[in-house]
Design a protein around this ligand. Structure first.
Ligand SMILES: [Zn+2]
Length: 82
């Protein structure tokens, strides 16, 4: 049995205006990184599958937020409910 993510199984939600990165999760949902980009300290991530989001700190520079968001996307198995 394949464990590959089937990206076409769910409809991609609308993209927020300040979306910097959208990671596809293992469960087929998405982790959005939003904020003002590379040199801003107000970037954050939130998972559209399980609802978890960045904390400690909630907002940070993009190079610090990016790997945390990607790690969560790899681990999260929650499927989109809408
Ligand atoms: Zn999640």
């Amino acid at each position: 049995m394949s464990t590959a993510v089937r990206a076409t199984a769910f409809t991609e939600p609308d993209r927020p205006k300040n979306l910097q990165i959208r990671f596809l999760t293992t469960g087929g949902s998405y982790v959005d990184v939003t904020g003002h980009g590379e040199h801003a300290e107000n970037n954050r991530w939130n998972c559209l599958g399980c609802g978890e989001s960045s904390n400690l700190p909630e907002q940070d520079l993009l190079f610090r937020i990016r790997p945390k968001a990607n790690t969560h996307a790899t681990a999260c198995r929650a499927i989109p409910l809408n």
